[in-house]
Design a protein around this ligand. Structure first.
Ligand code: ZN
Length: 225
């Protein structure tokens, strides 16, 4: 929507300038003054509206590459726009659609607040991520597990938690920063998620433990940092 307004303003600026060019001198033969104010205002308006559009697009392509690595196939991340947010009544923080055959789309919608937190995480030094940033990095990984084919919420949640360090690495964290983020999710956030998303088997040695090297509870990593 914003893109159309931006393009419209830039087109209008061009139109006003072209009309001036084609109009030639006035009826008394005097050169017409260039409509500076209209052209500059319209061009600035259009350019100004393009900034968030470009930023949104850059964030999405950055998240696309992280999600594709997590899924193991090309995946697309759509960040919810302000317009979509107004019409949104769902409580979930991200969403993946499943086709009638039960096969998930390799495409996810991430809610506006979580996309903003991901953007601020990407910009940050990643040393001390806040609660929203930790959750947002995990949401990206959680939706990636759905895109990879895990339907059950508790399983997707547990698989994602065991890959949180990987997700953080893909977004630019160092190994240590990534490991700390994953431990924060496991120790602070996971105990607060509701029953649909949690499982007593999601623990070291539990049925859902995939024994991944990057798991937040992996002995090799947990050490005494
Ligand atoms: Zn889910």
């Amino acid at each position: 929507m914003l893109l159309w307004f931006a393009m419209g303003s830039l087109a209008a600026a061009t139109l006003v300038a072209v009309r001036w060019l084609l109009a030639g001198p006035d009826s008394l033969g005097r050169a017409r003054a260039f409509p500076v104010v209209s052209v500059v205002t319209l061009a600035l308006l259009g350019g100004g509206m393009l900034v968030p559009v470009v930023r949104h697009h850059r964030l999405e392509s950055r998240l696309d590459s992280a999600a594709s690595a997590l899924v193991g196939a090309s995946a697309r991340v759509n960040c919810q726009t302000a317009g979509q947010q107004l019409l949104d009544a769902g409580a979930e923080l991200g969403y993946v659609r499943y086709g009638p055959d039960g096969v998930p789309d390799h495409e996810t919608l991430i809610k506006r607040a979580q996309c903003r937190a991901l953007a601020s995480y990407l910009r940050s030094g990643k040393e001390d991520p806040d609660h929203d940033q930790v959750v947002a990095v995990h949401i990206l990984g959680h939706e990636a597990r759905h895109m990879a084919g895990t339907k059950n919420e508790a399983e997707a949640e547990c698989e994602a938690m065991q890959r949180d360090a990987w997700a953080a690495r893909l977004l630019g964290a160092t190994d240590e920063q990534a490991h700390r983020l994953a431990r924060t999710y496991w120790l602070v956030v996971y105990p607060t998620v509701n029953d649909t998303y949690s499982s007593p088997e999601c623990r070291p040695g539990g049925a859902l433990d995939e024994r991944l090297e990057l798991a937040p509870w992996a002995a090799a990593q947990s050490g005494l940092r």
